[in-house]
Design a protein around this ligand. Structure first.
Ligand SMILES: [Zn+2]
Length: 320
């Protein structure tokens, strides 16, 4: 009975584990930083090894006892990641983590991530969104709806920014450290946090640039529960070095950073139903029990009862 259930879940979970862009590579000793006892997300710990993602040299995903994030026990070096992502982007294709811009915009609307409180000019930080097309689309749609008059998108990524659709939208490229403090009305961090070895500093920078009342949408893998049951599940190391679930986000927001958690739920299904109905349906069903739990007041505060969701998304608001 259990093995039949396991086979069913394994088959249904496959759509949660497809990332067409993932380059599988073995990371050599010289390409890895030394193991650190401190957690790369909160700077504290202790960390406990949970699942091995590579042999010779061994790399584990380890859970932090303080913040609940799971991260690689040894991080790839900066030089390795630079050459890795150069290969990743070598095909010159569309460089965004989510390619259905309008569907993504509607999702931002539904989850309350859009800066409807802003009038006049809106500033959007696109953190790791490839060439910035998702944020540029959000900016243009807000103008078309009459919410704002102008928008400036700041793109933090390796790629050159795409062309805005109108003169009302400007775009600049910057490093996160160069963005002014309390300057942004919205931050889009979709599918990027899991790639950043020093996530502690990156998250600190993101909070720094948010204006009072600004919102951040973040989406990252939450796949450790899947990996612990299905050993062949691919956590996508070295591309992904963190796994962030609801427990992490609750603690991160609780720790007096001047932010509060507005929404925390299983992440959007990547596949458009019209193009990939079976994959979209299977992924949607896998996420459904957790969606129900986070909407029920009596169950919302409990640890997640069904954790096979593959990814998690949050909307975080900067205190007024
Ligand atoms: Zn931690």
């Amino acid at each position: 009975m259990f093995s039949a259930f396991r086979a069913l879940v394994a088959s249904a979970s496959r759509p949660l584990n497809v990332d067409e862009g993932h380059l599988r590579v073995h990371v050599e000793e010289s390409q890895l930083e030394a193991a650190s006892a401190a957690c790369p997300v909160c700077g504290l710990g202790p960390r406990q090894a949970r699942v091995k993602v590579q042999d010779g040299p061994e790399v584990w995903f380890a859970a932090c006892g303080h913040c609940s994030a799971c991260s690689a026990s040894r991080m790839p070096t900066e030089a390795f990641l630079e050459s890795y992502y150069r290969d990743y982007f070598a095909d010159g294709g569309v460089r965004v983590s989510f390619q259905q811009y309008e569907r993504f915009y509607r999702r931002m609307q539904r989850v309350g991530a859009l800066p409807y409180h802003v009038v006049g000019e809106c500033r959007i930080l696109d953190f790791g969104g490839g060439d910035g097309r998702m944020a540029l689309h959000i900016a243009q749609r807000l103008i078309d709806e009459g919410v704002i008059e102008r928008a400036c998108v700041t793109l933090v990524d390796f790629s050159a920014p795409a062309e805005p659709a109108s003169e009302q939208v400007g775009v600049v490229k910057a490093q996160l450290e160069e963005v002014g403090g309390a300057s942004q009305d919205m931050v889009v961090a979709s599918g990027v946090l899991e790639h950043i070895p020093d996530l502690h500093d990156a998250l600190r920078q993101v909070v720094r640039v948010m204006r009072p009342g600004a919102r951040m949408y973040a989406r990252a893998p939450y796949a450790m529960p899947m990996k612990r049951v299905f050993s062949d599940y691919d956590l996508q190391f070295p591309m992904h070095v963190h796994d962030l679930g609801p427990g992490f986000w609750r603690k991160w927001c609780d720790e007096d950073r001047g932010v509060r958690l507005r929404l925390s739920q299983p992440s959007i299904v990547k596949y458009p139903f019209a193009a990939m109905p079976l994959h979209a349906l299977a992924a949607g069903l896998m996420k459904l029990p957790a969606h129900v739990q986070v909407r029920l007041p009596l169950l919302r505060e409990l640890p997640l009862l069904w954790r096979f969701v593959g990814g998690w998304e949050v909307v975080v608001e900067r205190d007024q």
